[in-house]
Design a protein around this ligand. Structure first.
Ligand code: CTP
Length: 399
């Protein structure tokens, strides 16, 4: 939440300016005060009236208005915020920021501010990849400007690639993460696995399982909300990327292990993925239906949870596994905790009648060295929040 936080939003002149209206709403929903400065070209894309209606404040845009300077001068404006956010940060605006050009109120405020600045670049892919923009972005980053995005995707100009402004939710999450510097897991790094793995049989077929990724994604989001820098390594799912989390997409168990290793060091590892225990020897060409059905020779996959638990110096301080069982859940999960070498096990019943696999609710038991806790039936989001709070209580923020 952003209750009481004052955000000065500098709106640049790009097609993505329309997303600012949504950003203002998201920030105000979270309790922030939003004051907006628009560049002259921003007003070509969205009207000050819309911006003012959503921010609940007038829009600042005129550097040479005597009344404005009297009411709220550019210096006061630049200092009145807890954080300055530039969105969309167009190629031109980034260039002016990098050069210290103060040719209108927006750029003057950016030059005069003594507050931290966050910028969400938005431009055509070639403009983003141009050496001039790369250099400007690097200069700004080196000066401490926090860049959010840009994302890869389809652009309004019809091209595809990096340059699309981060979504309003992602920008709002980055702002929350910024203010979460005193959050319970601030300074901690977390790694979460989620979803199923796909093990190729041949170029068109694979072996998979019914995991939806809902629980793992919710855990990554909950841990990130408490301030940890979180990487989510996920198999194929339909879940949206959690805000404020670095998402690494993989398919097979071996790719998941490699991505987890690459995400170390971490203080916390939560293995919520339903990793395929076995993989077939994948054929290079599609297996044809001629004669008898083929038999699949299976090889055991690496155990990611066990590997992380036994990672020596690289072992995360708190390693948490899941035990998906059908019946006698706690009795089976106890030995699993010992066998995997992890610190905690979250045990749940995935028998067909429970609706856990793919469903929204979960009934879990938390097994730690201290004993067993039976949690009531909760939504997966509530399980995630409760687990994140337990993690924070166990580790606290980094020194
Ligand atoms: N796990 C893992 N890598 C694997 C298999 C499982 O990281 N190759 C992790 C899961 O993410 C989960 C835990 O191990 O946190 C337990 O998974 P589960 O499927 O319950 O147990 P298995 O080890 O597969 O044992 P079994 O299926 O025999 O119960």
């Amino acid at each position: 939440m952003l209750h009481g936080k004052r955000i000065l939003l500098v709106i640049g002149g790009g097609i993505a300016a329309y997303k600012c209206l949504e950003l203002i709403r998201r920030l105000r929903e979270r309790g922030a005060d939003v004051r907006c400065v628009m560049t002259a070209s921003a007003k070509q894309f969205v009207t000050p009236l819309s911006v003012s209606a959503l921010s609940g404040d007038r829009v600042y845009d005129d550097q040479f208005s005597l009344t404005d300077e009297h009411e709220m001068g550019h210096i006061q404006l630049s200092r009145s915020a807890d954080l300055v956010v530039v969105a969309p940060a167009t190629a031109n605006l980034l260039a002016r920021m990098a050069q210290g050009i103060a040719d209108e109120l927006a750029t003057t405020v950016l030059l005069a501010t003594d507050k931290d600045v966050m910028a969400a670049p938005a431009m055509n892919v070639r403009m983003w990849e141009h050496p001039a923009t790369r250099a400007n972005a690097e200069t700004l980053r080196a000066r401490g400007v926090r860049l959010v995005g840009p994302d890869d995707g389809d652009m309004a100009c019809g091209e595809y690639g990096p340059g699309r402004m981060a979504e309003p939710d992602a920008i709002a999450a980055a702002i929350e993460a910024y203010f979460g510097a005193h959050a319970p897991l601030s300074g901690r790094r977390a790694l979460v696995t989620s979803g199923p793995t796909h093990e190729a049989v041949d170029p068109v077929r694979y072996i998979a399982n019914r995991s939806s990724g809902k629980q793992g994604h919710a855990i990554a989001a909950a841990i990130a909300r408490l301030g940890a820098r979180t990487t989510l390594v996920t198999g194929p799912t339909h879940e949206p990327d959690p805000a404020g989390v670095t998402v690494v997409r993989i398919e097979s168990a071996r790719e998941m292990l490699a991505a987890c290793r690459a995400a170390l060091p971490a203080d916390i590892a939560v293995c919520a993925a339903a990793v395929s225990d076995w993989r077939p020897a994948a054929a290079d060409a599609k297996i044809k239906k001629n004669g008898a059905p083929p038999s699949l020779a299976l090889t055991e996959n690496p155990d990611i949870l066990k590997t992380l638990s036994e990672a020596g110096n690289a072992r995360p301080r708190l390693v948490i596994g899941f035990a998906a069982e059908t019946g006698d859940v706690v009795a089976k999960a106890g030995p699993k905790r010992a066998a995997k070498g992890c610190d905690w096990i979250v045990a749940n019943d995935v028998s067909p009648g429970t609706g856990t696999f793919g469903g929204d609710d979960n009934t879990v038991h938390l097994l730690t060295a201290e004993g067993i806790e039976d949690w009531p039936r909760l939504t997966k989001a509530q399980v995630a929040d409760r687990l994140a709070a337990r993690i924070a209580a166990a580790l606290g923020p980094a020194e």
